[in-house]
Design a protein around this ligand. Structure first.
Ligand code: ADP
Length: 258
């Protein structure tokens, strides 16, 4: 259990931000960053003041996905966030050279993450999303020890290989007293843009079963979709570019539950 003094220590970071939510996954490549970016923009569309902290040490990809190529300003005291599509962004990618492979020791992960919280001029926000690295490592530990997380959203694809690791992620957050808000099934199904036929490429429905087993909510099912991928790779998230599309509706419905 978290002690009162531990909780008090946590309040020094991001004190002006009402809700703090980790977006996590057990495995890499399941679309965690894609979901984080679209959820952040969806929350803006719902009228919230939103921050996004890209803490994915293995590949901080949020600046690319939001089409940000400038570096943040430093005013001598604090690093300024960059605002894109209404989202206040800070990324580990701004602090390191992306072309260099970085081997992160635990202590370094800890320091870098804390810097992204303490040395950044985060404005007053309704909610901040943390795009976490995949797995259950040092970054997750640092975050859960440094801030009072209101919850974690887990992203998984429907196949067993992804689900096994998603379950580990849920168990890890529960162990450090972070409530699981639910799981999102990404790449859940495919709808042919020509004939409308639906195909369950990765065996749709795996996440629903795991949610029942773990007594947590299935937050939504995001289809595998060319426009979602193009939006991410092109720096124009679908929720920002075409909020009325059926793909965007899925993200908006999930954001409403947060
Ligand atoms: P992670 O953060 O889990 O490593 P990413 O969000 O970087 O995963 O996604 C990996 C790749 O899959 C990216 O090229 C992204 O555009 C693509 N992708 C993610 N979700 C979807 C989706 N629902 N439909 C199509 N492509 C997707």
């Amino acid at each position: 259990k978290t002690t009162a003094s531990e909780t008090a220590g946590k309040e020094k970071f991001l004190a002006g931000i009402k809700h703090k939510v980790a977006v996590a996954s057990g495995k890499g490549g399941v679309g965690k960053s894609t979901v984080a970016v679209n959820l952040a923009v969806a929350l803006v569309k719902l009228g919230k003041k939103v921050g996004l902290l890209d803490a994915d040490i293995y590949g901080p990809s949020i600046p690319l996905m939001l089409g940000v190529d400038e570096k943040p300003l430093y005013d001598g005291k604090k690093i300024q966030t960059i605002e894109k599509y209404g989202v206040h962004l800070m990324s580990l990618g701004f602090l390191i050279d992306n072309s260099e492979a970085v081997i992160w020791r635990g202590a370094l992960v800890h320091r870098a993450l804390q810097q992204l919280m303490s040395d950044v001029a985060w404005p007053e926000l309704d909610i901040i999303l943390f795009d976490m690295p995949p797995g259950t490592g040092d970054a997750q530990l640092t975050l859960s020890q440094s801030v009072s997380l209101d919850g974690a959203v887990i992203v998984s694809t429907p196949q067993d290989v992804a689900l096994i690791d998603a379950i580990k992620g849920v168990q890890m957050f529960r162990k450090v007293n972070v409530p699981i808000m639910g799981i999102i099934e990404n790449m859940s199904y495919f709808v042919c843009p020509h004939c409308g036929e639906r195909t369950d490429i990765f065996d749709h429905g795996g996440v629903a079963k795991v949610c029942a087993q773990l007594e947590t909510e299935l937050l939504g099912e995001v289809p595998i979709d060319a426009r979602i991928r193009e939006g991410g790779d092109g720096g124009k998230p679908i929720v920002a570019m075409d909020p009325e599309s059926p793909q965007s509706k899925v993200f908006l419905e999930i954001a409403q539950k947060m």
